[in-house]
Design a protein around this ligand. Structure first.
Ligand code: UD1
Length: 362
């Protein structure tokens, strides 16, 4: 059987890694051989956003690199669609596997279904119910065009049922949980992030921002930059590995803004350094879906800089607070976590961790 995975953006490299490893193990054990081809669309192309993940996570080199790069949504997705179609015509896989909710996901789904090639969607059924997010549109299109829906959580299964998609849906657990469990120890041995940044475990907060809703709106981005500086000054040092999209927009919109000395802006990190920083963060402030969930799986408190989340289990279990970008609400959430941490009551229920499976989704 010939499987073809389509990836292109940072979180997808993390998701394909456990799957590629599982296929290699299966072949080593002498199962019916599975051929696994990988297309990299080129959506993320900087070494720090792409190559480092292939190296650290030992993902086989992509068989096809489409070099599509950045662009507006229509143009980026359109170019991917055209180029993926050609590869599918040339290679004729038995099944295409797509991951998550990026433009690479939706381009892969559309190219394959039009050629009548079955599609499996890893991380199906997530919904924020906010259709202003490009990712939400990508999720809906990918789920409704795919043939096999691989859902990470029971909530995702319920979302699929509500859209009439139960017949195609399977609860597999979350493949990013596989990656966390597999790499956690490795990260603690290999990462040199603490000496490199001269920080100590549990003595800092970790910040990331890259959602278009936050970065493309000057008021929202400005509000976040102000509150980060305040938290750094008054509560704790913050480490902010900065996504290129965010760095570019800060430069354009706030050319005179300077970070407080305790707000450390650094280049994007590889997976192992990020996992290590997450695993020992006093607090995580983020608008990333993946990071919210990883913080939860590692038992770290999180403040989500959005109004809604796809990972509702993290909120239900008391490990994640939705604070949007409003300074007062963010401060309130930070202070609540700080008080709980002083009283030693900042542990939250791990009852819902089982919703993410047992680390064997792949
Ligand atoms: C994409 C995904 C998002 C995912 C995120 C993870 C979509 C619609 N969004 O958003 O779901 O959570 O990846 O990071 O697919 N850029 C670089 N170098 C790179 C990549 C991007 O400089 O290697 C810059 C470019 O200025 C580009 C901008 O980032 O215009 C946005 O890139 P884009 O492809 O839209 O993806 P993300 O914003 O990263």
């Amino acid at each position: 059987m010939k499987l073809l995975s389509i990836v292109g953006a940072r979180p997808q490299f993390i998701k394909v890694a456990p799957f590629a490893r599982e296929i290699a193990d299966h072949n080593k054990k002498g199962g019916a051989p599975l051929e696994h081809l990988i297309i990299h669309t080129g959506q993320h192309y900087d070494a720090g956003m792409s190559d480092i993940f292939f190296e650290e996570l030992e993902i086989p080199r992509a068989d096809f690199n489409l070099g599509v790069g950045s662009g507006r949504h229509g143009s980026q997705t359109g170019q991917m669609l055209e180029k993926i179609e050609q590869v599918l015509l040339d290679t004729r896989p038995d099944m295409v596997v797509i991951y998550g909710d990026t433009n690479s996901t939706v381009a892969g789904a559309l190219a394959a279904v039009k050629l009548h090639i079955p599609v499996a969607h890893v991380e199906a059924g997530l919904r924020s119910f906010n259709r202003r997010m490009p990712e939400e549109i990508n999720r809906i299109v990918a789920d409704h065009t795919s043939d096999i829906l691989l859902a990470p959580t029971p909530t995702a299964m319920a979302n699929l049922a509500r859209e009439g998609l139960s017949q195609k849906a399977h609860w597999t657990g979350d493949i990013m949980y596989d990656a966390v469990l597999f790499n956690r120890k490795l990260a603690s041995h290999k990462s040199e992030i603490f000496p490199r940044l001269s920080i100590s475990p549990d003595g800092y907060g970790l910040v990331t921002v890259h959602r278009a809703d936050n970065t493309d709106n000057e008021q929202r981005l400005g509000s976040l930059l102000t509150v980060f500086n305040e938290i750094a000054e008054r509560r704790m040092p913050l480490v902010f590995p900065i996504h290129p999209r965010t760095a570019k927009l800060i430069g354009e919109r706030f050319p005179t803004w300077t970070a407080h000395p305790r707000l450390r802006l650094i280049e994007p990190l590889g997976y192992l350094d990020m996992l290590c920083l997450l695993d020992h963060a006093r607090l995580v402030l983020t608008d990333s879906g993946g990071l919210q969930k990883e913080a939860f799986l590692l038992g770290r408190p999180c403040v989500t800089l959005r109004e809604e989340t796809e990972w509702v289990e993290t909120v239900e279990a008391g490990g994640n607070v939705l604070a949007g970008v409003d300074s007062a609400r963010i401060w309130q959430a930070v202070m609540e976590w700080e008080e709980r941490s002083q009283k030693g009551t900042n542990e939250f229920s791990d009852r819902l961790i089982a919703s993410f499976g047992d680390g064997r989704a792949a």
